[in-house]
Design a protein around this ligand. Structure first.
Ligand SMILES: [Zn+2]
Length: 87
């Protein structure tokens, strides 16, 4: 009977120690988490301006209009395709 009580107390102490350990772990975890978190939120990267995509009149490759060669509706992905013209 006394042994059982002692065992119970031992278990209680063990659980308490375990709880303290877990609590300590949690505290350290929070500290670590707050420490590694950058103090300031990263600046919001402005979205690149949406550019119209055009298809190469020769091969059909889609590319931003500024990267394309040619004028008007005839757009090409490279000089070679511009020379080659429509497929
Ligand atoms: Zn092309």
């Amino acid at each position: 009977m006394a042994d059982g009580l002692r065992y119970y107390r031992h278990q209680l102490q063990f659980n308490e120690a375990k709880m303290k350990f877990l609590l300590l772990l949690a505290v350290f975890g929070v500290l670590w988490w707050t420490w590694r978190k950058p103090s300031a939120p990263p600046p919001a990267r402005p979205d690149p301006p949406v550019e119209r995509m055009v298809a190469c009149a020769h091969c059909g490759l889609l590319l931003p209009e500024s990267d394309s060669i040619g004028a008007g509706e005839r757009r090409y992905c490279c000089a070679a395709h511009r020379q080659a013209g429509d497929a």
